[in-house]
Design a protein around this ligand. Sequence first.
Ligand code: PLP
Length: 973
Amino acid sequence: MPQNTPSLRDLEHASAFVDRHIGPNDAEIAQMLRVLGHDSLDALTDAIVPGSIKSGNPLALPESLTEVQALEKIRAIAGRNKVLRSFIGQGYYGTHTPNVILRNILENPAWYTAYTPYQAEISQGRMEALINFQQMVADLTGMEIANASLLDEATAAAEAMTLAKRSAKSKSNTFLASGDTHPQTLELLRTRAEPLGIDVALANSEEEWNAALAKGDFFGVLAQYPASSGWLADWEKDAEAIHAHNALFVVATDLLALTLLKSPGEMGADIVIGNSQRFGVPFGFGGPHAAFMACRDAYKRSMPGRLIGVSIDTEGNPAYRLTLQTREQHIRREKATSNICTAQVLLAVMASMYAVYHGPEGLKRIAGRVARLTAILKAGLQQLGYDQFHHASAFDTLSLKTGEKTDALMARAVSLGANLRKAWDEYICISLDETTTRADVELLWRIFGGDDATLPSIDALDASAPSLIPAELERTSAFLTHPVFNTHHSEHELLRYLRTLADKDLAMDRTMIPLGSCTMKLNATAEMIPVTWPEFSNIHPFAPAGQTQGYKELIGGLEAMLVEATGYDAVSLQPNSGAQGEYAGLLAIRAWHASRGESHRNICLIPESAHGTNPASAQMCGMKVVVTKCDANGNVDVADIRVQAEKHSANLAAIMMTYPSTHGVFEEDVVEICEIVHQHGGQVYTDGANMNALVGVAKPGKWGSDVSHLNLHKTFCIPHGGGGPGVGPCAVKSHLAPFLPGALGKDGVRTEGTGNGAMVSAATFGSASILPISWMYIALMGAAGLRKATQVALLNANYIARRLAPHYKTLYTGRNGLVAHECILDVRPLEKATGIGAEDVAKRLIDFGFHAPTLSFPVAGTLMVEPTESESQHELDRFIDAMIQIRSEIQAIEDGKLDREDNPLKHAPHTAAQVSASEWAHGYPRELAAFPLPSLKLGKYWPPVARVDNVYGDKNIMCACIPVDAYKDDVEG
Ligand SMILES: Cc1ncc(COP(=O)(O)O)c(C=O)c1O
């Protein structure tokens, strides 16, 4: 080989992906290191990370793969899943994702890389989509108000149970549920009820149900409509009986069925929950899908999850915002109504657009076809000699008594390419859906009729088969009457509507989103691609294990990777958000204490700097939260922890701490804290949301922590989706492994690696279909790439803190004056002098085209910046330039050159309409308002609304689509 010619190995560039994921190139890294006075990433890491926790060895993971290699590998894994026709039902149904929605939402970074709409002005597009979701749910369920999604149907039912407990006048401690409810829902009710001391009673027959209703010993009652087995009942009288006992009536329902059926609201329901999955979101082996909750207006203030509402901006124009933000986890902490933070925004957006696209008539057509096919299927089965149906009424599900032939028929179905549901040992349930074809109905007849049977004629039966929907349950009320559901039915119209909404928002496809504690890093296209492969997306969560070998391999592989990255011994991928991971981890701790005869241990120490979901999760586990102090440097106060641990020694269950802390520092004493807590019989829970500062550098499982959740939607590249989906795996040391979440009864699908504890999500593997994203990320980065990513995350944060040091104080630093992967910029001193607060800075950043850093968390009045490793030096400099310009504007106020009230910060953000209006009443120029830096003239983001009025929004709560009249004045005026 000639000298100076690169080797073939060099040219093959196996680490190409690492270089693309990590923003700064090697020359930039070197230059940024110089700014910090270090000569290598290792030296910088040594200066930041305490020696007591540093890992001695590199990660035992393979080397990085190229995108082509990784996709090939995961393609082979996907190929080991078998996609059969699914008639299983049980809460999950086949659906056609409209291609325009698939490509322009699910596969579009403008939607999937957005963050939770905390900054209202740059989130108007996704909030409009979410308010459409709320309106759709409220209309179909017949309720007054609906929220903007929950994690899954089963947890939504559990949330409804606790909402009923908070709201009902009845003093009973029992929640009654109909036995004909989806099994996963019943399982989750039990999980959530037990730590709170609630009894879940089941009524398994009409007699049991009537007797329980007559007795009235309950604070809430749940019925499924249509029932899990498919029957349809009018619950109006039952609702009256329930209300007579001062209890609340909860109905679990199906949105598609409600297009044809009398709504639960019309029957007297108080809370209605369900899953919007069949509105265009594939099975995905159980998730993610958007669950929903609707309720009477009276309960809106204690409703869990997020609510989008309508407020006004400073110009008086309607503008969306998160309503009742005081219910947000950051504020309510242990008084929170639930621990829901990340929910299922992206999937809620998809479901709402499915309704926008099809409109009420289209939805009725889809539902009507399903109902007709079900009636024809039943008539055909009767012709073939089957007449023992569990119920006469049905929308889409038939339950057929098959007695001793059950197992043979189930096996025959699989051999002919179909999955059915076996229930109560001798029944088979068959659920049809939007994807069911005439050929499917014939296939089902063939399964039941045998190879030689003469099959009935579909058209002949269509003429004769009676409707299975009882006349008194037919829907007469209108729904989806708002113009948004009656306009965008052509593909062009929908395409443009989606584009209009996306253009209103700032997502990662336009700018860095430097949100502290949120890790908004690159969500690479190659990582996203497998998610929509049918081999991953079209698998029903209860498909037989033989058909899900690919998932088994993927999940097993990912679990092993995460075990290696964290130093724990076992991982459960079931929790479908970070907070669910917290809940699973605390439940494991609780069960472990109980297994040792120490169930009295119920005190959970939580430093005051903790994320609000920590105390909320502890409270949901029946633990008592004791808040511990932080010292002047932002570190947890070890002395206080020692005092509290001693004081509560006999009852200490756990400490929950975030590491590196939410203050953005690596605390030196973490090992000592673990020892103190262990000495007093407690367990150490490390919130792993900040794992992006640790991967490849240190392992919580090795420094004395017992359990952590990770946020795969932060550290491991699952995009935030505008506020969900998420995956919050729970990782534990071996003694806690048996208490990790288990799987559903005997029909559930299991793999090794998870425990036998209570289920925390509806599906065994939670948000399974997005697990390929994290698998791909780890495979693409390899051991060395992952470590380098962590190191560059530390570098980027310190580079920002250092370059901004002359302009803004970084509130807390650790050893050597360095921060971890994020830094808190303290603008409070400026506020005293100029009246400009953190919120003004956040809003002014919008004029520069930036999404603000995290505002007022964990310290009120500050901005927490987390750049992540994926931001290039160019993007960091752009942000720094904006922050310096903002500082100079603040200085101008201080110097009297800009007015204290009338300045570009107080009036930010500026809309195009304001800047181009004939009148300009401000004492500063329009140009400064709109183009504070010359570079903005090359590309400018215009916020669609001016600053949104929060107080107005909370005083005038309105959580439905804006009536068209609201815009009329504008047009006419
Ligand atoms: C430190 C910390 N813990 C827990 C969570 C909760 O995670 P999730 O929103 O997925 O429930 C977050 C979310 O931002 C967090 O920052």
